[in-house]
Design a protein around this ligand. Structure first.
Ligand code: PA5
Length: 423
């Protein structure tokens, strides 16, 4: 179960303002469901939990093959082509898993570190790019393809799997030429909404997460988010954040109290930033890992310009916990915590932080996951996906395009001397 507590917002938002944005969110939900709104050619993600367009068996079968033996899977992709998988895998396994990510930066050091690790391991490569032409994953793949060929020779074809558009792009041409196995990213699903296609599912299933749990969570999250009722968390969340934006808040901070949710907040940043930040408007999506960042960003959040609001992410129950014991000499003066669990201390840290920030005029609401598992993560992801679609429609923007992402690429291509990009 996921709970959304927005009661603290009552002291910051006027009732009639909130009623107004709730009515707007309901209207946005009807537009989304009727598939008549802006960007409606990219609404395929609404169907993904119910799996009408993805060959799950084929993805599971390749994942099973990768899981046989002691293989690493190197996933090459950037933005929507890697953040969803990384968010889910790290939420469930932390840093202890068999998936490596590449092609999301241009650092020689990062790539060298990966190649060093591959020296002693067997591996598969999954190169993921919807457009099939993105520079960062393209360069990483060129280097990893050569490395794979040196290592596996004639077996290379089996070791490289591509995930790309069905009909377009340089990666598709290369995959056809080399005879690599191919998965398709549906035309009507944008990168940041693609976690339930092969983009996210091949890495996630290869890491060992069960498909049934994924789908159970996604179906629960999507069904409740499309329901026109006052309990709908996606709708309430969208109404609240737009009301806060209109009241003068400029930055939304997604604050987790579980380090394993760090990459989920990175996924959320792309989802919200690319969907909403256009036409000279939109909340800036920021994130902090707590309690860690209370010792670096706490001062700013408590006391700086009051342009922020917070959305907390907490975990209700942990499968593993530590009970603190009393020490004979109490030299560290922590005996007052004897008998308490670490998760209890974390919960009190959250409650104390929320109270302090409310006193410091930082409005907040919170999503609380009953436990940290695939079911709850996918339920939350669907709530967030619908939440940003509604927010975008309420703000009058197309939440499904990202024209601004092209600007840096054109400059980079000109500076690199790419044909057709003259100075
Ligand atoms: O949201 C988006 O569409 C972008 O951020 C893309 O995910 C990112 O640029 C990667 O694109 P591609 O999958 O085409 O390589």
């Amino acid at each position: 179960m996921i709970l959304y507590d927005d009661t603290p917002l009552a002291q910051f938002l006027k009732k009639d303002e909130l009623e107004k944005t709730k009515a707007e969110a309901q209207n946005a939900l009807e537009i989304l469901k009727s598939r008549d709104g802006a960007g409606n050619e990219f609404l395929g993600w609404l169907d993904l939990p119910f799996q009408k367009k993805v060959d799950l068996q084929a993805i599971q079968s390749v994942a099973d093959e990768i899981r046989q033996g002691d293989n690493l899977l190197v996933c090459i992709g950037i933005g929507g082509s890697y953040l969803g998988a990384r968010a889910v895998i790290e939420a469930i396994y932390g840093n202890r898993h068999s998936i490596r990510f590449a092609g999301h930066h241009l650092s020689p050091l990062g790539l060298k570190e990966l190649l060093d690790e591959l020296e002693n391991r067997d591996f598969y490569v999954n190169v993921i790019s919807k457009s099939g032409t993105t520079t960062e994953p393209g360069i990483a793949f060129r280097i990893l393809k050569e490395y794979t060929e040196q290592r596996y020779g004639d077996d290379t074809q089996k070791r490289i799997i591509t995930t790309t558009d069905a009909n377009r792009g340089a990666l598709l041409s290369l995959a056809k030429k080399e005879g690599y196995r191919r998965f398709v990213i549906p035309d009507d699903v944008g990168g940041r909404f693609s976690v339930l296609t092969a983009v996210g599912l091949l890495p996630i299933l290869s890491a060992g997460i069960a498909l049934d749990d994924i789908l159970a969570g996604a179906i629960a999250g999507m069904n409740q988010s499309l329901e026109n009722c006052h309990k709908n968390m996606a709708l309430r969340y969208a109404a609240n954040r737009i009301a806060l934006y209109r009241s003068g808040k400029k930055i939304e901070i997604l604050a987790n109290f579980e380090p394993r949710l760090h990459s989920l907040t990175e996924w959320w940043k792309q989802l919200y930033g690319e969907s909403e930040g256009k036409n000279a408007q939109g909340l800036f999506p920021a994130a902090v890992d707590l309690t860690t960042d209370l010792h670096s960003m706490g001062q700013w959040i408590q006391d700086a310009e009051r342009s922020i609001f917070e959305t907390f992410l907490t975990i209700g129950r942990y499968e593993h916990d530590f009970i603190l014991k009393a020490a004979d000499d109490d030299a560290d003066q922590l005996n007052y915590l004897a008998g308490k669990s670490l998760s209890y201390v974390n919960q009190k840290a959250y409650e104390g932080t929320r109270e302090a920030h409310l006193d410091g005029a930082v409005p907040s609401s919170s999503f609380s996951l009953e436990k940290l598992d695939a079911r709850h993560i996918f339920e939350l992801m669907m709530i967030y996906e619908v939440g940003i679609a509604l927010s975008g429609y309420m703000a009058g923007v197309n939440p499904f395009d990202q024209p601004g992402v092209e600007a840096y690429k054109n400059n980079m291509f000109r500076l690199l001397g790419k044909p057709g990009f003259s100075s």
